[in-house]
Ligand binder design. Structure first.
Ligand SMILES: O=C(O)CCC(=O)C(=O)O
Length: 306
């Protein structure tokens, strides 16, 4: 077995050519776009994330650096901090979920146009958006290698957009993805620490991990069968901020849980309470959704080592 590490190729030129974009997506299972979103908008969201963390004393207030306060972090109950797999406890995460920009960015025209090209039709952004606020602490284990389908189900034509909320060099522990890692179908899993709690086993085959030093505005997108994980952080002085959105063809099956706030740490009514605009509140109800059933056996059938 040979494991290689290479850098992502920037797929931005393919946005001009949806046929070539779809071909690359089918072949690779992953597409990387350097600077797809406006950097300033992503940095505005970073500032809002950091304000929430600073209110708990976990980072220095008043700047975009995200410098950790280890004393304040060490004072937290580790079990509470890992409950939702996002790096912070549910009470603080509920405040992140209430940020209007965090949800609105998923509807940015650059993202919608990307997925319209990919799906050749109408796009449904899942409302369950996930933020990762990975404080540098022993309790925040790196995300294990996994396929999102186990956790999301619905159509296999779901694509995750993993978006760094600020610059995220490899040493901070960004995301890395297996090239063509969707072609093996659903792989076996076993229990693991880190977000999601399940680790995919790649079995005995050669594969290549793709990675980069991410910048604010970059978008990495991959199919729900593509294996991915986070890198082990090499620096323990800064928080790693990112978010993951999910998109699918509007006409295909979606599972009920994808319509709920992530981790159910709060309710949609609470999330929407202080929003300035009503435009995106409960937007998915305007679609004629094809609801799928959660299949628990998908996860347990696969719990064996290859
Ligand atoms: O950011 C992470 O650590 C995990 C993200 C992830 O697994 C995903 O986007 O599906």
């Amino acid at each position: 077995m040979q494991v290689l590490v290479e850098s992502f190729t920037d797929a931005t030129p393919l946005l001009e050519n949806p046929g070539a974009l779809r071909h690359a997506a089918e072949e690779e299972g992953v597409l990387f776009f350097r600077g797809l979103l406006p950097r300033e908008l992503v940095l505005e969201l970073r500032s809002q994330f950091l304000d929430v963390l600073a209110r708990h004393g976990w980072v220095e207030p008043g700047n975009l650096d995200g410098v950790a306060n280890h004393e304040a972090i060490a004072a937290e109950d580790p079990a509470a901090m890992v409950a939702s797999g996002v790096g912070i406890h549910n009470k603080a995460y509920a405040d992140i979920q209430k940020l209007e920009l965090f949800h609105n960015l998923a509807h940015h025209p650059k993202l919608i146009s990307l997925y319209e090209g990919l799906f050749q039709g109408s796009v449904l952004p899942h409302p369950r958006h996930i933020a990762r606020l990975m404080l540098p602490a022993a309790f925040n284990a790196p995300t294990p290698p996994h396929q999102d389908f186990i956790h999301i189900q619905g159509t296999k034509n779901v694509w995750t957009a993993w978006i760094p909320v600020g610059d995220c060099p490899r040493e901070l522990g960004g995301l890395t993805v297996v090239r063509k890692g969707h072609k093996e179908g659903l792989l076996p899993v076993a229990a693991s620490e880190g977000a999601g709690g399940l680790e995919t086993h790649m079995c005995a085959r050669n594969y290549t991990w793709l990675e980069t030093d991410f910048q604010a505005g970059d978008v990495l997108t991959f199919n729900s069968l593509t294996v991915h994980k986070s890198l082990k952080p090499q620096r323990r002085d800064h928080v790693r901020l990112s978010m993951d959105y999910r998109f699918q063809p509007a006409a295909e099956e979606i599972e009920q849980a994808s319509l709920k706030p992530h981790g159910e740490v709060t309710t949609w009514d609470e999330i929407y309470r202080d929003w300035k605009s009503n435009d995106l509140k409960y937007y998915w109800k305007k679609h004629n959704l094809s609801m799928g059933e959660w299949d628990d056996s998908i996860r347990w059938q696969k719990e064996k080592i290859c």
